[in-house]
Design a protein around this ligand. Structure first.
Ligand code: C5P
Length: 289
C-alpha cells in the first residue's frame, strides 16, 4: 500500500483585486490577478482507517481544530479514502494569502491523485470562494465570485517580501465595509510583461479595492505597506486579498532577502518572509512520501 503523499500548499497572492459588483445573494464579483508563492503550508496524507488531523509548525496555534477545519471538510468529500492528515502551518491564518483555502486545495489535489481522478475544483466553491483558484495553484485571472479561473501564462517571476503585522482580519467584515462595489474591472487583455519592472508598472495602475476598507478597520495594514514601500529597492507594495498580509516587489531575490532581513529586525513581531511568486506548476504536484 502507498505510504502517503506530501502536498505543498502555496500562499495565494492577489496582485490585483477589483470588486466589480455584488450578486443578489451578497457575494461580490471580483476581477483578480492571482499568483502563488514558494512560501506555504505542507499537508501530508497517510492512508488510515479513520480521518484525523494533526497540526504542527510555527503557525499551528491559531488553526481551527477538528471538523471546522476546511482541510477536514474537503477530506470528508472522499468518504472511501480515510487518511491521517498532518498540516504543517507556515502561513498565518485569516491573513489574505489563502491559508485555509490553500490547505483545503492541497488536500483535494492529494486525494484526487490517490483516487486517480482529475482535481476538478467546482465541487469546492461552496466551501470557499478562493479554493477553485488554489486547486491548480498556477498564475490565473479569477473572476465571478471565484469560480471563473483562467490560467495566465508568461508572467515574469516576482521576488517579494511578504509581511503581516499580526492582525487577523475578518473577510466578511472587510467586504461589508466596502462602500463602492461597482468598480472598473482589469483591462480585458493583459499586456505582455518582459520583466518584474514592466509588470509592476502595469500593476501600479490597477488596485486592490479591499485595501481602503481594510486599512480603515486595521490601520496596521497602511503602516505595513508604507514600511515595505520605504525599503530600498521596493518597486510596488500592496495588500493581498482582504489583508492583512502585504507584499513588496523587488528586482532581484538578493534585494528581497536583504529587505526581509532588515524588516524582521525593525519589526520583530511581524510575520516576514522573502519569497518568489509565479512558476509554481511543479511544486504544487503531490509527491510520494
Ligand atoms: O467563500 P469564503 O468563505 O472565502 O468567503 C468569506 C466571506 O467573504 C463570504 O461569506 C462573503 O461574506 C465574503 N465574500 C464575498 N464575495 C466573494 C468572496 C467572499 O462577499 N467573492
Amino acid at each position: 500500500m502507498m505510504a502517503g503523499l506530501r502536498v505543498f500548499a502555496p500562499a495565494k497572492i492577489n496582485l490585483t483585486l477589483h470588486v466589480t459588483g455584488q450578486r443578489a445573494d451578497g457575494y461580490h464579483l471580483l476581477d483578480s490577478l492571482v499568483v502563488f508563492a514558494d512560501v506555504g503550508d505542507v499537508v501530508q496524507l497517510r492512508p488510515d482507517t479513520a480521518w484525523s488531523l494533526l497540526v504542527d509548525g510555527p503557525e499551528a496555534g491559531s488553526v481551527p481544530p477538528g471538523d471546522e477545519n476546511l482541510a477536514l471538510r474537503v477530506a470528508r468529500l472522499f468518504p472511501r479514502i480515510a487518511s491521517a492528515l498532518t498540516l504543517t502551518k507556515e502561513l498565518p491564518v485569516a491573513s489574505g494569502i489563502g491559508g485555509g483555502s490553500a490547505d483545503a486545495a492541497a488536500v483535494w489535489r492529494g486525494l484526487c491523485q490517490m483516487a486517480g481522478r482529475d482535481a476538478d475544483a467546482n465541487a469546492l466553491l461552496e466551501l470557499g470562494a478562493d479554493i477553485p483558484v488554489c486547486v491548480p495553484s498556477r498564475s490565473a485571472r479569477m473572476q465571478g465570485i471565484g469560480e471563473m479561473v483562467t490560467s495566465v501564462d508568461g508572467l515574469p517571476h516576482l521576488d517579494v517580501v511578504l509581511a503581516n503585522p499580526r492582525v487577523a482580519v475578518s473577510t466578511p467584515q472587510i467586504f461589508k465595509a466596502l462602500t463602492h462595489k461597482d468598480n472598473a474591472p482589469m483591462p480585458p487583455v493583459l499586456p505582455e510583461f518582459f520583466d518584474a519592472a514592466a509588470l509592476c508598472n502595469w500593476l501600479a495602475a490597477q488596485r486592490n479595492d479591499l485595501q481602503i476598507p481594510a486599512e480603515a478597520i486595521a490601520p496596521q495594514i497602511a503602516e505595513t505597506c508604507q514600511t515595505l514601500a520605504a525599503l530600498s529597492g521596493c518597486l510596488l507594495a500592496r495588500m493581498s486579498g482582504s489583508g492583512a498580509t502585504c507584499f513588496g516587489v523587488f528586482s532581484t531575490a538578493e534585494e528581497a532577502t536583504e529587505a526581509a532581513d532588515r524588516l524582521a529586525i525593525v519589526q520583530p513581531n511581524w510575520w516576514v518572509r522573502a519569497g518568489r511568486l509565479g512558476g509554481m506548476q511543479r511544486v504544487a504536484a503531490p509527491q510520494a512520501l
